[in-house]
Design a protein around this ligand. Structure first.
Ligand code: CTP
Length: 401
């Protein structure tokens, strides 16, 4: 994704402690980040730590000649490609809704012409109060985007809506506002994570896929304006912003979910690690040890699962279908054979023998293997970066048609 200039406005709630993490996430995505704080925010997060993580001086005071000399508040408002308010307290939302400008943060928010994203965080009763909801409605009607809050245990002891969304989710929502909507109007189907093939009521056969690559792909498609269906296998990841998620466990369930969404999809990316085999008879009760004599061996009979990628590629039509290939040796040759066998438009191949890429980690080193025989090797990139590169290729492929 292109680097952008993001101005982070932090207001005074306990969730302000998440601000440095949010700055780091945005910086990792390649953005330039500047921070400004309300006086109350300084009680929860130190300007010095924000300065350290952003690498920029932090703005706090509208009337400080030194600060204003460096970049005045109008300059700051004009500098931003996006203003992100995280956390946004009930008080700051009220000030924004009514156009107050009695401190640096509210003045910049009134002066900027950049898109604004707010991540509210507050006590559940403050959140549900009609005053707060009316303020939000006013802001939304003016085009201010919101992310969260989420439900959970709140710092004040109450349970309910009020937690600021995780920094990764906020960063994703921010990215969504910055990218041109090149996939607008298209439906994209993504599969992610490993499948779990039941052995009995409590056990299953599964694999090490975390789902991170597929989730990054779904998030990138949503960012580019697509309507995204994410068929997720076994994973503990949160649903990316703006994505419809269908949870499945076994390969057979994944096949059903994929076929249900396939007709309407223009692009399909199969990043899931589908189990090739499943136990022939899954017992619906727990298999007990007593069923076997001491030292007796047990044999688990397996049968092959249908190959979902091959099945949908056979009725591809004018869809673009991308498969993945996890290989431990002879990566290119194996991926080329897989591409020919499955009949998809592109294979993204992983060398799973590398420790720094692939399973469970946030980075990946992949090869794009094309039907023409061409092989493109990408450097080690964050999975979000791989996802962006992938959609750049897919868009080019579709343009050439
Ligand atoms: N795949 C699928 N259905 C299966 C197995 C795999 O749709 N039953 C898809 C995966 O989602 C991936 C691609 O096929 O996009 C390749 O998966 P991979 O596990 O690397 O290959 P396999 O076909 O299982 O071949 P092998 O085990 O021999 O490497």
């Amino acid at each position: 994704m292109e680097p952008h200039r993001i101005l982070l406005a932090i207001s005074g709630g306990i969730a302000a402690y998440k601000a440095p993490e949010l700055v780091r996430t945005l910086k990792r995505d390649g953005h330039e980040v500047r921070c400004m704080l309300t006086p109350e925010a300084e009680r929860f997060v130190s300007p010095l730590s924000l300065q350290a993580v952003s690498g920029e001086s932090v703005r706090r005071d509208l009337f400080d000649p030194g600060e204003e000399g460096e970049i005045d508040h109008i300059g700051l408002a004009d500098w931003a490609d996006l203003v992100l308010v995280a956390p946004a307290t009930a008080n700051l939302l009220a000030k924004m809704a009514h156009g107050l400008a009695n401190d640096l943060v509210s003045a910049v928010l009134l002066a900027t012409r950049a898109p604004i994203l707010v991540a509210p965080a507050m006590n559940v009763n403050m959140w549900s109060h009609p005053a707060t909801q009316a303020n939000l409605e006013t802001l939304r009607a003016r085009g201010v985007a919101t992310i969260g809050p989420e439900a959970g245990e709140l710092a004040c002891g109450w349970e309910g809506l009020g937690r600021m969304s995780d920094p990764a989710v906020v960063a994703e929502a921010a990215a969504g506002l910055l990218v041109p909507s090149s996939l607008e109007g298209l439906r994209v189907l993504v599969t992610a994570g490993g499948t779990a093939e039941p052995i009995d009521a409590v056990r299953s056969l599964t694999n090490r896929s975390s789902g991170k690559m597929g989730f990054a792909i779904a998030a990138e498609a949503a960012r580019r304006g697509a309507r995204v269906t994410l068929v997720a296998g076994v994973t503990s990841l949160p649903t990316p912003h703006g994505v419809d998620r269908v949870d499945v466990r076994s390969a057979l369930e994944m096949r059903e979910a994929v076929l249900a969404a396939f007709e309407d999809s223009a692009i399909v990316v199969k990043a899931a690690a589908v189990a090739d085999f499943r136990p022939v008879d899954a017992s619906d009760r727990k298999i007990k040890k007593e069923q076997l004599a001491e030292g007796e061996r047990m044999t688990l009979e397996l049968v092959q699962n249908p190959d979902i990628l091959q099945e949908i590629s056979a009725r591809k039509g004018d869809r673009t279908i991308v498969g993945f290939a996890a290989e431990s040796h002879d990566v290119v040759a194996a991926a080329q054979r897989k591409l020919a066998r499955k009949g998809c438009d592109l294979i993204v191949a992983n060398d799973i023998s590398r420790a720094d890429a692939g399973f469970e980690v946030d980075e990946n080193a992949v090869l794009f293997v094309w039907p023409s025989g061409e092989v493109e090797e990408l450097p080690l990139l964050p999975k979000t970066g791989v996802a962006a590169q992938l959609f750049d290729r897919i868009e080019k492929l579709r343009e050439r048609r």
